[in-house]
Structure formats: structure tokens, C-alpha cells
Design a protein around this ligand. Structure first.
Ligand code: GRF
Length: 203
């Protein structure tokens, strides 16, 4: 069973989707811990409702980015976490953190990368006027949403879509795609070759 840790800062709908999907029979992975950096974030309630251990590590209480990431990494290592899923985690991870989990940190982004990285991906796509939006699961590297792409799902932009409506349709795809990627990684079906990712089975 692959032990998964989730890092999140906000609402946590992807956290819940991961917990529920990985809880199903036959899933080779399981969410063992949530780490949240924002006191009062809804994801903390979701974790207690789901019976998943939740740790609050408030970055404002830690003097430096390095020390913060060190505390997060240590909590994950203490729990033998093998795969780290960022899910609405509003912090850049340090190179030191990534070196502790080489090739083991993934993220979900609400746009078809490399378009619209960074904050407000859905709003950026609407403002730009694209007709196809979507989401991307990728390995995390030192940049912002620049790591190797594992999987993407496309979502049509409908006339009259505002950010909220489009984000809700993208979220449905996120909730399907993210657990599918985690299961594929746990089954050893995801191979990183340079900056390209090879999937041994379609998701
Ligand atoms: C999602 O849109 C995800 O793609 C992005 O942040 C959002 C998190 O939403 N990285 P939630 O907290 O999982 O509901």
C-alpha cells in the first residue's frame, strides 16, 4: 500500500476526492496524513470528518521557508510517506524539500499547462478567451507549475461561463484525474524519462 501525504491550504475538495477514491477496494494507495499551513482552512474539517490525521503547521509561526519545509518534510518522513500530493497548497516548495522526496511530489493545477501557470489559472484562461480549458497533474520541480506533465483533462468553455462555473466543471475532472494518477503511480505505471512521462496503461 503506497502511503500518501496531502499538502493543502484551502477548501480541500481534491483532498476529499483523493481520500474517497483511494479508500475504495483495490486501490494500491491510501491517504495517511494531511498537512495544512493555514489555521481554520476548511480542509482541516474535511480531514477530521474523514478520519485522516491532520497536522497544522502554520508557516507564519516558523521563522524561515527552509525551517517550515524542514518541519513539513520531517512530519512526512516520520509517517513513512512515499508520495506527496499538493492539492491547493499555496506555498512554493524549496529545493531542499524536493531533494528529500525525489520524483515523489505531484501537484494538480486548474489549467492546461504550460498555459496559465500560477495563481488564478481558471480566471487567466477565461480572460484570455480560450475555448478549451482543463486541468493538469504534474511532477513538482523548482518552478511554478513547470514540472513534467503526467496527465491532463480538457474541459470545454461554454458561452457565458464565468470563473465560478468553469472552475466547478474543471473541479469535477480534477477529482477524477488526481486519484487516477495516484493509483497509476502506486501501481508503478508512471515512468519519468527526462522531462517526459510515460504511462504504461491509459488512465
Ligand atoms: C484546485 O483548483 C487545484 O487545481 C488548485 O487549487 C485548487 C484546490 O481546490 N491547485 P481544493 O482546495 O482542492 O478544493
Amino acid at each position: 500500500m503506497m502511503r500518501v501525504g496531502v499538502l493543502a491550504s484551502g477548501s480541500g475538495s481534491n483532498f476529499t476526492a483523493l481520500v474517497q477514491a483511494l479508500d475504495r477496494e483495490g486501490s494500491p494507495a491510501r491517504v495517511e496524513v494531511l498537512i495544512c499551513n493555514v489555521p481554520g482552512a476548511r480542509v482541516l474539517e474535511r480531514a477530521s470528518a474523514a478520519g485522516v490525521e491532520a497536522l497544522l503547521i502554520d508557516h507564519k509561526q516558523v521563522p524561515s521557508r527552509e525551517q517550515f519545509d524542514e518541519a513539513v518534510a520531517q512530519a512526512l518522513i516520520d509517517r513513512d510517506i512515499e508520495l506527496v500530493c499538493l492539492a491547493g497548497y499555496m506555498r512554493l516548495v524549496t529545493p531542499t524539500f524536493l531533494r528529500r522526496f525525489p520524483g515523489k511530489v505531484i501537484n494538480i493545477h486548474p489549467a492546461l499547462l504550460p498555459s496559465f501557470p500560477g495563481l488564478h489559472g481558471v480566471r487567466q484562461a477565461i480572460d484570455f478567451g480560450v475555448s478549451i480549458a482543463g486541468c493538469t497533474v504534474h511532477f513538482v520541480d523548482e518552478g511554478t507549475d513547470t514540472g513534467p506533465i503526467i496527465a491532463q483533462a480538457a474541459v470545454q468553455v461554454l458561452p457565458g461561463d464565468d470563473e465560478l462555473a468553469l472552475a466547478a466543471r474543471i473541479a469535477r475532472e480534477e477529482h477524477r484525474l488526481y486519484p487516477a494518477v495516484v493509483n497509476a503511480i502506486a501501481r508503478g505505471q508512471v515512468k519519468l524519462e527526462g522531462r517526459k512521462v510515460r504511462l504504461q496503461e491509459p488512465l
